[in-house]
Design a protein around this ligand. Sequence first.
Ligand code: SF4
Length: 466
Amino acid sequence: MNRSGELIWTEDPPFAQNASHAVDNAQLRRNVRNATATIRQRRAGLVAETPDWQELRHAGAAIKDDVLHHLDRYLEEFEKNATARGAHVHWATDAQEASAITADLINQTGHTEVIKVKSMATQEIGLVEALAARGTTAHETDLAELILQLAHDKPSHIVVPALHRNRAEIRRIFLDHMPDPPENLTDDPHALAEAARLHLRRLFLTTKVAISGANFAIAETGGLLVAESEGNGRMCLTLPETLISVVGIEKLIPRFRDLEVFLQLLPRSATGERMNPYNTIWTGVTENDGPQEVHIVLLDNGRTRALKDDTGRQALRCIRCAACLNVCPVYERTGGHAYGATYPGPIGAILTPLMVGVEHAPQLPFASSLCGACYEVCPVEIDIPTVLVKLRHDAVKAKPHKTEDAIFEAARTAMSGRRRWTAALKSARLMRFIRHAAPPPLSRWTRTRDLPNPPAEPFRDWWRKR
Ligand code: SF4
């Protein structure tokens, strides 16, 4: 990671190599397929029962576009209102700055242990690792994040981070890594949840500092909202004395009433629920109620770079629902780790290159079949396929590919003259003897595709005869 705002764990090794390992893992493919199919089905049922779904999508996209067009104004409005309600607002250009601010704030409290709400922004900046390097232990409290932290594993999905793990694996992780696992733990989901609950409850009741992200930041009031399913987030947001929230600058919405739109779009798209079980909103400090020291770190880390891209800017509308992951045929086969970045799936394939620069993630825009399923489900109408094509163009421009250029130049020459084209078609008939596989280096392409067999008699010859 560097000061130009690179996201942590960028593609090294690159996507193609990661993906080819992932597709060899039958267990991983089965876990991902089962989990995404379940959420997909639930979401489809709820969308079908919402008659104004398309209007909600238009409204969500329009509100977010308004924010992106007037980001400076809304950020200042948010800062003014949050400060007036007793919060402290900090500005971070990149991951290092955000981590340093957070670490200093924790140091000032005198504590070395913090509890943490699941948050993509803190993952993006590698906050847990950065705090560990400064002597602070951050305990994940979301069940899935806890599983991954215990297993020293990484999230593979935006909403269901441990979806690549099944319950037998989770039981093993608890037994091997939890400091106090219950005796006779089974892989029954209730037993696993109870084991996590007992472990976490002790942390909630003793830890004085919490870290969170936010799903939405409301400019009009200076409030933040976290939507979650377990209630563990609410424990972190209400019990400690100090709360530090790291929030991407694109999380803003102008007005409180805009939540009406997003609190319908988000749960239906993310977990296939009509409503998140827990929506916690806090606005600054309330005397004798919740944390008495509230800090908000507003994070750029490549977002203003993405904002400058006329086509790609729409990616900043993303509300991290992961619906695009759940319908993506590439994600379903590779899982999330193959993308090598914090944001996997179709949104990751555009957001990562937009934020770090396509030259640092040149393979990601190609990690798609361009089937368009991601666009159809996106609750804020991000046209991911169009952005992918644009980024592919940028990637090729950034690093021209000599062999590909030569092939396209040959095709251009052949197609720009009738005689040349007829001759090319005749020689293409020789390909019939190659059947379905081409010689190297083209064999890399035909290894997973059938080469179309040219007809024995081209149309022009057939036409001339008649
Ligand atoms: S791009 Fe759209 S579908 Fe994908 S995570 Fe973001 S909001 Fe959800």
